[in-house]
Design a protein around this ligand. Structure first.
Ligand code: IPD
Ligand code: CA
Ligand code: CA
Length: 273
């Protein structure tokens, strides 16, 4: 019998083909919030994933972003599904998106995949068995100092006027090699797992954005916590993931920002220039 991970990977690959068929045609979007896009591709991908999961695992709970999951509240197993992570990119033809599935058992992530159909990259991890990209073992980067890192972050569309991340963004931008904002949280985490990035943080994540990615980072040797360095929770909304070698430095820096202290002051705008 195929493992949870093998089944998840095969479903993600199939959903990736659905996404590609829409992407190649170019596609219209609707708004589900003021700046929050959704496309027919999100819905078609979710339909396929939920149909496949519920036929393989009829007793499992499924939490899917577009709302078509199945509510088996008493189930020990819960899937988190983002049928298209990076919808804004997708709708604009910016080539950075994925489909991601994560499986939780009794409150712990035990399996997860992030599939990028444009690059044909399948990131996969199983608890205790390591993390892989296209069946090759992956590891986090070797950077030991924040000063030598390339970081990533994101800004959710929902209630974006309340997001405090700009304060953190400035400090990290000043103290690292730079920040990437790729527009796909699951790939940011997968890239942290394979060492293309040294770390990622975001305020306002949903469980399906981070479920698979947090397991990938851990299984690749990295560290995942809350912004303040406490335990990370898939439903916790805030997440800091790094290669684990300078995690404390980031927690310290973020602690200063939470306390209103800016190590590097914001530049003044000189309106006469
Ligand atoms: C979004 C992307 C983005 C992140 C947002 C997510 P969606 O997911 O992952 O990078 O900054 O927080 O909501 O809406 O494209 O599935
Ligand atoms: Ca998402
Ligand atoms: Ca999505």
């Amino acid at each position: 019998m195929a493992s949870f991970l093998e089944t998840a990977a095969s479903i993600a690959r199939e959903a990736g083909s659905v996404l590609m068929s829409y992407y190649q045609r170019g596609i219209a979007f609707e708004l589900k919030g003021e700046f929050d896009l959704v496309t027919a591709a999100d819905k078609a991908s979710e339909k396929l994933v939920v149909e496949r999961l519920s036929s393989h695992f009829p007793s499992h709970a499924i939490v899917a972003e577009e709302g078509s999951g199945q509510d088996h509240a008493s189930s020990e197993y819960r899937w988190y599904v983002d049928p298209l992570d990076g919808t804004t990119n997708f709708a604009h033809g910016f080539p950075m998106f994925n489909v991601t599935l994560g499986l939780e058992r009794g409150g712990e992530m035990i399996a997860g995949v992030v599939f990028d159909p444009l690059r044909d990259e399948m990131f996969a991890a199983e608890r205790g068995a390591g993390a892989y990209c296209n069946n090759h073992r992956i590891h986090v980067s070797r950077a030991t100092r924040l000063e030598d890192s390339l970081m990533a972050t994101g800004f959710p569309s929902f209630k974006r006027h309340l997001n405090i991340n700009v304060h953190f963004f400035h400090q990290v931008a000043m103290l690292t090699h730079g920040i990437r904002r790729g527009g796909s949280a699951a790939l940011d985490l997968a890239y942290t797992a394979c060492g293309r990035l040294d770390g990622f943080w975001e305020f306002g994540l949903q469980p399906w954005d981070q479920a698979a990615g947090m397991l990938l980072v851990r299984e690749a040797g990295g560290q995942v916590t809350s912004m303040k360095g406490g335990p990370a929770d898939v439903r916790g909304k805030h997440l800091l993931a790094t290669n684990g070698k300078f995690h404390g430095q980031v927690v310290e820096l973020f602690g200063e920002v939470f306390a209103g202290h800016y190590r590097v002051p914001l530049p003044q705008i000189d309106s006469s220039r």
